[in-house]
Design a protein around this ligand. Structure first.
Ligand SMILES: Cc1cc2nc3c(=O)[nH]c(=O)nc-3n(C[C@H](O)[C@H](O)[C@H](O)COP(=O)(O)O)c2cc1C
Length: 166
């Protein structure tokens, strides 16, 4: 699959089949994360992969009761190092690699930004010098959502300097 096909086809998936991700697929997906670019190649991120059903269920109320957090095959918790300026950006790029690599394999993802940071950090034993940046559900889609709209190019792009649209 070419990259543009994955970019165009990916959707946020919020319904998942009850199915474990095969070790090979998981290995490839984590490799896509590992190869992500990062500021000064510091790779200032870490990732907690949660497949245990009890832990996922315990995370549902910490993610604003988003039920599919308990139903996905794996919840991926992106960890940043707040002492490093670009750490959160590094973590986001790494997880975005996962969204596209997962799509190519027929897996779905959904970013989870609505969560109680302190309670998740406590549940998962995240040390005080690290922080949960963002999470991602991962699993086999049980829905085919239609594309969400996007802003028109003229609302997003400027030419040469801010405000120039010609
Ligand atoms: C930083 C971030 C946080 C998000 N948090 C949530 C979330 O907590 N729950 C959810 O259902 N979707 C969440 N989303 C998914 C967005 O709603 C979704 O990407 C957007 O509506 C566009 O839809 P699409 O991904 O299908 O193209 C989040 C997306 C991003 C990038």
């Amino acid at each position: 699959m070419d990259v543009m096909t994955a970019i165009r086809g990916r959707r946020s998936i919020r319904r998942y089949k009850d199915k474990k991700i095969s070790p090979n697929e998981m290995e490839d997906i984590l490799e896509a994360a590992r190869l992500a670019p990062s500021a000064a190649n510091r790779q200032a991120w870490e990732l907690i992969v949660i497949e245990d059903r009890e832990t996922k269920n315990a995370l549902v109320p910490l993610c604003k009761n988003q039920k599919f957090v308990g139903e996905c095959s794996a919840l991926l918790v992106g960890i940043e190092d707040p002492a490093q300026r670009w750490s959160r950006v590094d973590a986001a790029i790494m997880l975005d690699h996962i969204t596209l690599a997962a799509y190519e394999k027929g897996l779905g993802t959904c970013w989870i930004g609505a969560f109680d940071k302190e309670r998740i950090e406590s549940l998962l034993g995240v040390p005080s010098n690290r922080s949960v940046a963002i999470c991602l559900t991962l699993g086999y889609p049980d829905e085919s959502p239609t594309p969400r709209s996007r802003k028109a190019p003229h609302e997003l792009f400027h030419r040469e300097r801010y405000g120039r649209k010609d």
